[in-house]
Design a protein around this ligand. Sequence first.
Ligand code: UGA
Length: 443
Amino acid sequence: MNIAVIGTGYVGLPTGVGFAELGNNVICIDKLSAKIDMLNSGKITIFEEGLEDLYHKNRSEGVLKFSSDIGDIEWADVVIIAVGTPTHPVTKEADLKYLYQAAEDIAPHLKKYTVVAIKSTVPVSTGESVEKLIAKMNPSADFDLVSLPEFLREGFAVYDFFNPDRIVIGTDSERAVLILKRLYEPFEGKTKILVTARNSAEVIKYASNAFLAMKVLYINEISNFCEKCGARIEEVALGIGLDSRIGPKFLKPGPGYGGSCFPKDTLALANMAKRCNVNLHLTDTAIEKNEQRKIDMAHRIAELVPDGATVAVLGLTYKSGTDDVRESPAVDICRELLRLGVALRAYDPKGMNNAREQLKDAVYYAKNPYDAAGGADILAILTEWSEFAKLNFRRVKAAMRQAKIIDLRNLLARDQVEGFEYHRLGEGCLESEKMREQIAPIN
Ligand code: UGA
């Protein structure tokens, strides 16, 4: 099948490469010609585990091409729109300017029956608006406008592409369903392919992300509780996760959720619902409390050191396995620490360049974790990079002014950090007799 993917970001590029690997002819189109020039010269533009090899393989086989000419969609049976939908600065909903631009650009080039699928995360009923826009611009266009939400995690996009939990196709058109079922044939029997109304598919995407965000917020709250009542969060998470109705995933406490999706999508969902006169109280609370959590975490670090101290920060990306620092709790924590007058020495295996754009010269960007630890009063682990768990902690200790670690990802084992004052999340001792009395059974 001939596929055109518009947008070569964290969603578009893995999607294009993935469909090429499944045996389709793919052209990835982007307005930014600098990106296309790079991709055409054999240089990949984003870091995603496993993507580079598949990109080179399919490019050399001639089934994966790149172009900045939108006219190239004319050849495609399916056009997948995967442009960004960032938070609109005023409405706080998804900003659809890139999406509408893409729809306007493709409209004149729809010269045979084409399935136009929106993979970008868009507010409910956007599909309808885009359909009307294209039909208005090109009344003779023969097309179906489908919602095809993506559920790829950054850092695992290639894995998730080939191992989806489900595929959601939002359309009432049988013709479009037939074509998309052919496209997704390799997944037949392995995963559920769900055909829904277009609006339902659009809501599924937001409701999934908001639910997962709330799950993270929930475990963070339970983690706070464990610290005060003498329980251990890992044991509690394991115990509740074994209930198949709850499930074991997304129960890791941390410094708050971040990234380009959860913060943006929860905000967009809450605002979208308000426009429909519905209050999504749980989503509203998740947004507010997640912001507060990042501030609380910065204060928790600052309280462990004297005024004017130096903090070694390990991890700047919003999670491991990516170079992305958008809405990263680590970056927000750094900002708050700087505001509190703390000096920062930071290191991240992949996110240094992106973090530098955000934090500018306010931070010393270390060459490696040991350099970050140099003269620091505390080492704060903010992102769960596995290489941080493999450090030589004797060397770390020798470099630091004080032997103190705060591990906001519960990455380290206690025996690794012997000789350090070590703090982690969700592990409390009963602070006082009074507290013991308070939580003791009544009889
Ligand atoms: C998320 C969803 O997981 C994907 O299904 C979805 O396709 C994607 O958004 C999107 O809308 O494009 P992603 O943003 O890559 O994917 O990141 P996640 O792995 O879901 O993590 C989100 C945040 O939650 C991170 O900051 C992570 O550290 C945090 N998190 C996650 C926790 O603190 N604890 C957990 O147990 C899980």
